[in-house]
Design a protein around this ligand. Sequence first.
Ligand code: GLY
Ligand code: MN
Ligand code: MN
Length: 388
Amino acid sequence: MGADRPGARGAFGSRWKNLMSELPDRLARLTDSLGELGLDALLVTDEINVRYLSGFTGDSSYLLVTARETAILSDGRYEAQIAEQCGYLPCFVRPPSESLSDLTERVLNELIAPGDTRRKVGLEAEHLSMSAYQLFAERCGEIDFVATSGIVESLRMVKDPQEIEVTRHAVRLAERAFESLLPMLTPGCSERQVAHELEAKMRLLGAEGCSFAPIVAFGAAGALPHYEPTDRLLEDAPTILIDWGAKLGGYASDLTRTLHRNSASAEFRRCYEAVLESQLAAIEAIGPGVAASDVDRAARAVLQGAGLGAAFKHGLGHGVGLQIHESPRLSSSSDETLAAGMIVTVEPGVYFDGDFGIRIEDDVLVTDSGCEVLSRLPKGLDDCRFML
Ligand code: GLY
Ligand code: MN
Ligand code: MN
């Protein structure tokens, strides 16, 4: 029944959902690391990690990965979808009378054959309930369970060529939606309308949706980094901060532009130039082998030099991929090192309560020789005017 190879297209696949020829490599990288970690198997319970390894885009399903084989554990709602998206994997389907934990216990006992020594199965400690763990520990007497953290997430940090390609398109799509939004920035529009329009435009251009609820903040609202749009009207607000992204094939883009008009203060302009200089310094610092904390430091040094260090209230950026926020983190406390294939945001910002906020955010691919800024929207002070 259904597809017999990764990459088949059908009812559940858009063009992007089915760019899956890298899946065997991903599983091979995981099984290689299982040996190094002393594990006989890993039970993958995080929905995003299941998707990354198998191509399956549904929920409530686990993967059991051993050195010899990988099985997917799911339920009857997803039989057709699994056959199409990952029909090459053995599939265990639970009946409505059986819980996913019960099925998992059954499959663990079936597939993890007892040997001379006790078997070790890794669990994703951040993605499994205590009660499920207790059930497995009680009923799988031959198995020792080991709490693991970040095994698949660390593989996800370095994107493969297909992930880079789809992210490029997710960025491009977000940019096109933003450009077509600019004419609707009139005094009578509200933050909520602008956010709604941005989402509609991205969807019409082919996005699955937003990477996150867009932030549209008029005037002083821009000083709140995670603001939620309201019915506030633009009227004569001197600045607009928009933070948005498109999701395509599961992959997120994440951009911010801060627009202004002539009534914006001289202090706004000075701060804007400093934030831009900070962002460019950080991008200049990015390359393989560079400590993520050093990139944060490069950005922070510029803002500190401009007397704005205290106004930069968050880390510099984050990895972006199947999740909007993933590793590596670009922050002063990060212990991660950049590598070619990582995609990170670079988003310095300064925030002044009751006055204005400025953030400039682009998505940057680490390359063998340095980096490539995937987003192309202009960001010079004069490029970012509205209603001239
Ligand atoms: N809007 C979320 C972020 O930029 O990280
Ligand atoms: Mn953002
Ligand atoms: Mn971001």
